[in-house]
Design a binder for this molecule. Structure first.
Ligand code: FMN
Length: 356
């Protein structure tokens, strides 16, 4: 018998390599990044089906939970299919954040994530989001109080720093470690950069080399190849993919395949038809037909980037009111155009604003 592994056994051997993140074992290290107005329950269900290894909700106001706003509490509900799932909260007082974390635990999420990267002026002015990282000593106290208030893991998502002159992410990570935080996701830009420039992966790699905590790298992973390349070059524990998944919902499957030493599966018409069917189904159970159509249009516009006839399709879907017409139009569009996509569009910057 030959000792050389057959080509078929090779991926299986690599696939056995478990990815440990805190107490969780993941199928692979590719995770959908939290995005406000986007990573709601239906989209998380969809992306779980599309292969994201872990889910994080859009940011939820801990202050809102304090006043038990129906909208905020609604955001805490989720479908079992979404697991492993963490809810992300933000807030400006330790008391609200403690209560927020406890509410997340009460609703049954697997972990609670604190948003420490939001650059939006309305939020940082109140001392929440990225502003909390300006004083790591104070932050450590807040984090410790949160960790002590719940049994589930507490995680954080940060930026590299406030601005170029204050890239203090390592200090923040050390404070988080002292406080008992489970992992840190790092978007490789400063608060001052917003979404301009490029994510600094050298900086993320340096943080990983020095960090006592698992590091999830994030920023500008527009293709599966790039996601795998960043994983291997910088040795991070996992990566988060945000906007890249909006234009290419198959990115997680592709990255997993490459990670396991296989060729990335080529996307077929059937993949698109299944995606549309799945998205329709998950939206339907959650939103009114009108709201479902509104959400669907947004996603269809992202999915169609780079396909021939994409701009005409986007114009059309924004005029269609009936949900049924919208999905019929989308099926027709992908049936006509799925074979030829200009992939340069995937790397073009878009959605240059958000909460982290
Ligand atoms: C529309 C939008 C909304 C976002 N909302 C959140 C959020 O609620 N919480 C958060 O931590 N990050 C949020 N982000 C930041 C993303 O999680 C991610 O850090 C950022 O987009 C960079 O990753 P990407 O280049 O893969 O998109 C948002 C980004 C976008 C584009």
């Amino acid at each position: 018998m030959s000792a050389t592994p057959s080509p078929v056994s090779q991926p299986a051997v690599l696939a056995l390599r478990p990815v440990k993140l805190g107490p969780f074992t993941l199928e692979h290290p590719f995770i959908l990044a939290p995005m406000a107005g986007i990573t709601n329950s239906p989209y998380r269900r969809l992306m779980r089906r599309m292969g994201s290894a872990l889910m994080v909700s859009e940011l939820i106001s801990a202050n809102g939970m304090e006043y038990a706003s129906q909208r905020t509490l609604g955001m805490l509900k989720f479908h079992e299919e979404e697991r492993l799932l963490g809810h992300q909260i933000f807030g400006d007082t330790t008391e609200n954040l403690i209560r927020g974390a406890q509410k997340v635990e009460e609703f049954g999420a697997n972990f609670v994530d604190l948003n420490l990267g939001c650059p939006v002026p309305k939020i940082v002015k109140k001392g929440a989001g990225a502003a909390m990282c300006r004083n790591p000593a104070q932050l450590e106290k807040v984090l410790k109080a949160m960790v002590e208030s719940v049994k589930i893991p507490v995680t954080i998502k940060i930026r590299t720093g406030w601005d170029d002159s204050a890239r203090n992410a390592l200090e923040v990570i050390q404070a988080a470690h002292q406080a008992g935080i489970t992992w840190v996701a790092v978007h490789g830009r400063t608060r001052a950069q917003g979404y301009s420039g490029e994510a600094d992966w050298e900086f993320i790699g340096n943080l990983k080399a020095k960090s006592p905590l698992p590091i999830i790298g994030n920023g500008d992973l527009s293709t599966a190849e790039r996601a795998v390349e960043r994983m291997t070059t910088y040795g991070v524990d996992a990566v988060m993919i945000g906007r890249g998944a909006l234009r290419n919902p198959f990115i997680f499957r592709q990255a997993q395949a490459l990670w396991e030493g296989r060729t990335a599966p080529v996307t077929t018409l059937n993949d698109y038809l299944e995606l549309l069917q799945s998205q329709r189904e998950t939206l339907k159970g959650y939103f009114s037909p009108k709201l479902a159509a509104l959400h669907a249009r947004k996603f269809l516009a992202w999915y169609s980037a780079g396909f021939p006839g994409g701009s005409e399709f986007r114009r059309n879907v924004f005029t269609l009111v009936q949900e049924e017409d919208l999905w019929a139009e989308a099926r027709g569009f992908f049936e006509r155009s799925w074979r030829t996509r200009d992939f340069r569009h995937l790397a073009e910057p878009f959605l240059m604003g958000g909460h982290g």
